[in-house]
Design a protein around this ligand. Structure first.
Ligand code: SF4
Length: 287
């Protein structure tokens, strides 16, 4: 019989929950003068975006696709200030659902820029959150995605280091230590999101104790992919978008399985996976 240990904090983080709830309110708030559009996919979760699309939410990939009269939803990752200014100059309504934690990083970067620091952002340069953070740093910003990149860093100006909220503590520490070895004057702001860090710690701990790990979440969700990578480091791991991806025959071969989910995974998706496992005879425990 397979025992499945479930992370009791798996599922939507506070920022995603807030963005979905607020967008739902906008969509049910009666007729709007134009379309309600999210700038980029609101969350990396097909089920949620399909449900919101049914209520009328459209998604645009570029600001050029926004029309006058539209209401533009800014998602949790935030956007660069120049894009926000461009939107506010237009005949559009802006509903800003940037996560408050990301907003605090924006404010921290602006404050350090005023103090004359060069801004170092540790994260993925292609991630929308990092593009937003870099926008607040202006000409003073640089993105570092791994410690080895610090070797070629020759600027001697004082630096302020910030983290993309969803990276691993290990990556942040490695980059900070690499800069410390350069002997630069440094101000370090640990801006990692506790929601994400707790989940990463959970899977790091439990994936060592079990025979296999299940990670539920969108294939394009960066925090879900990180959970999967951490679990894979310690043994067999499976990244599922939902119950349809579950290979029950294979999973039930393992006596002990750990299960968690990314920050944009709906509770209903987790419940569907658990129901399928239970129906096949697995025992579920929450830790
Ligand atoms: S992961 Fe953290 S920072 Fe990102 S949206 Fe969720 S609560 Fe906000």
């Amino acid at each position: 019989m397979t025992r499945v240990i479930v992370d009791r904090n798996a599922g939507f983080c506070g920022g995603v929950r807030r963005a979905i709830r607020s967008t739902g309110k906008l969509l049910s708030g009666g007729p709007a003068p134009g379309r309600i559009v999210s700038y980029g996919q609101l969350v990396h979760n097909r089920e949620v975006t399909d449900a919101l699309a049914e209520q009328g939410l459209q998604s645009v990939a570029s600001l050029e696709d926004v029309a006058d009269g539209d209401t533009v939803v800014i998602r949790t990752h935030g956007i660069p200030p120049e894009e926000e200014r461009a939107l506010r100059w237009r005949q559009v309504e802006v509903s800003d659902f940037t996560c408050p934690r990301v907003k605090r990083v924006h404010q921290g970067i602006v404050a350090r820029c005023k103090e004359g620091y060069r801004i170092v952002i540790v994260g993925d340069p292609l991630h929308p959150e990092v593009k937003g953070l870099l926008g607040y740093a202006g000409d003073s910003g640089v993105v570092v995605s791994k410690a080895e990149e610090v070797r070629g860093y020759t600027d001697r100006r004082k630096i302020a280091v910030f983290a993309q909220t969803t990276i691993t503590p290990q990556l942040f520490t490695e980059v900070v230590q690499a800069f410390e070895q350069k002997g630069l004057e440094m101000a370090v702001s640990n801006t990692l999101c506790p929601f994400v860090v707790n989940r990463q710690r959970w899977i790091q701990r439990f994936s060592r104790l079990v025979d296999a790990s299940l990670i539920i979440g969108g294939k394009n969700s960066s925090n879900t992919r990180k959970l999967y990578t951490l679990a894979s480091d310690n043994g067999p791991a499976y990244h599922l978008s939902g119950a349809a991806d579950l290979n029950l025959e294979e999973i039930l071969e393992y006596p002990l399985v750990a299960l968690t989910a990314g920050a944009s995974t709906a509770d209903s998706t987790i419940q569907e996976v658990l129901a399928a496992l239970q129906a096949a005879g697995a025992v579920i425990e929450h830790r």
